[in-house]
Ligand binder design. Structure first.
Ligand SMILES: [Zn+2]
Ligand SMILES: [Zn+2]
Length: 165
């Protein structure tokens, strides 16, 4: 059960041997300059039988669906060979997704919560979380300032009314 012969090249990202036909290194996700045929083009017809496609399911190989492009790729790959999407899901910089906007809104509506979220995130090691934490604290402070201004006007109106101004 030997693997079908493949043309191999060295990944410019991690130096491992990869198929010349992939768009991105399956190990490190680095997009490859494409000297070979792209995946859009059908591979040249083989002279013998019908060997499995380079990235089709091989016997005993677990497949998964790429979250980036939806194609089937071997489960052990770290990155999709078609689109370069990493196996862990979202590319860097989007790991918080919509959650950070929810946190921003919460920070603004309930400023004590914003301060707590901010502090918790600021002590995190992830730069993105630090950034979100900073934003939460800024929004919380902004919220406090708005509260104070609002109360000032409300009290001014009440006292102004009581004193008959
Ligand atoms: Zn690589
Ligand atoms: Zn993909």
């Amino acid at each position: 059960m030997a693997a079908p012969p493949q043309e191999l090249k060295i990944c410019t990202g991690c130096g491992r041997q990869i198929s010349v036909h992939v768009n991105a290194c399956p190990y490190c996700g680095k997009m490859q300059a494409a000297p070979g045929p792209s995946y859009g083009a059908p591979p040249p017809p083989p002279a013998y039988g019908a060997p499995p496609p380079a990235y089709g399911p091989a016997p005993g190989q677990e497949m998964r669906v790429c979250v980036g492009c939806g194609r089937q790729i071997p489960a052990h790959y770290n990155a999709c060979p078609y689109c370069g999407r990493s196996a862990t899901g979202a590319p860097q910089g989007e790991s918080m997704g919509a959650l950070k906007y929810v946190l921003y809104i919460l920070s603004f509506l309930f400023w004590p919560l914003g301060i707590i979220i901010g502090i918790v995130f600021m002590i995190s090691n992830e730069p993105e979380k630090k950034q979100v934490g900073k934003m939460c604290i800024i929004l919380a402070i902004l919220s406090v300032v708005l509260y104070v201004v609002c109360y000032f006007f409300i009290f001014a109106a009440i006292f102004g009314g009581m004193m008959g101004i």
